[in-house]
Ligand binder design. Sequence first.
Ligand code: PPS
Length: 359
Amino acid sequence: MADFDFLNPPVEFSELDSELGKKWNAQCCPMFYDEGYVRLGSIKGVYARNYVRFYERIRDFQVYPDDIWVVSFPKCGTTWTQEMVWCIVNDLDFEGAKVGLQKRFPYFELRANWSPSLTKLITQTVLEGSKSEDAPEGGNVEGGDTEDRNREFFLDSFNLVENLPRPRFVKCHLHYSLIPDALKNENSPKMIYVARNAKDACTSFYHHSCLLDGYSGSLEDFVDAFTSDNVFCAPFWTHLREFWEVRDRKNVLFLKYEDMKKDLPSIIRQTAEFVGKTLTEEQVKILENHLSFESMKNNPAVNYEDIVGNMRKMHGTAHNSKFMRKGKVGSWKDEMTPEMIAKLDAWIAENKIEGLYES
Ligand code: PPS
């Protein structure tokens, strides 16, 4: 891995060489993203340079017909959707759902996010450090094989997914162009994509970047980076559009965060039908309660407070927020200035996807 040949990469990639691209790279925590972000593939997706090393492993990854993949641009309702899907497929096994979501439904390409030196740092700070301090590794959640799964969650998410018991549940933030090839035909495993409006996704992503990734810019800087396609997983619109275009495939279900907020029982029923389950109205009600923002915010198996704590321990941010932050539509109104809103509105008007987000 150390002598990977970036001069002969398996996928085309380019540097973030605009002023805003350089600024994004400079404001990302140097300890976390010492290698910087690059633009990957024909869609110029913004990913850590480490993705180039893992490109072939991702492209050729083996999938199974009974896998279920939840895919999204970051901060669009991934965790909410994962918990809904897991509970439906597992017949509302709330006892089993006490295991941390990162172990039941791991983040496929997490391993590629982190450079070799960050991986070393995580090993020392989170994994070995937590042993000596007797701190929770996978959080205060039940899990049995906590240590091994937690190690793999941080250090080799690909191995973790490869070895999950079937049916496997997998979270992924990759653009459609960059997901494993085996997910790209009608007979592929089920994929559930969740989208969110740009202004809420941007606001939520700003807080996430400060909290989990040690981003040092202001919200204004983040809006500039977001609207110039210079944040992790950008371009935002390409992410949504690629999945929107395949939404009618029988193995794809396309959801929106706003619809989940408006009528969760309907989305629960729609998802149950998609995965081949039938729920009684009482079960729908019970699941709706389990999935409420208040309930998820207070649920250590899904609120990621353990992981946020570990990340903070490394980059030491003073940013005051939570993974389960506001959980509403329109929270951008609470903190964006008229200038930021105007910038985002102009960008949305330029890029809007007919039938999906038009404003
Ligand atoms: S991640 O890091 O990409 O996986 O984040 P993701 O889970 O996609 O998005 C996190 C945002 O989803 C909100 N959330 C919820 N909203 C409503 N109800 C429930 N149950 C729920 N669970 C998570 C979470 O609060 C983040 O949004 P913001 O706007 O920051 O509050």
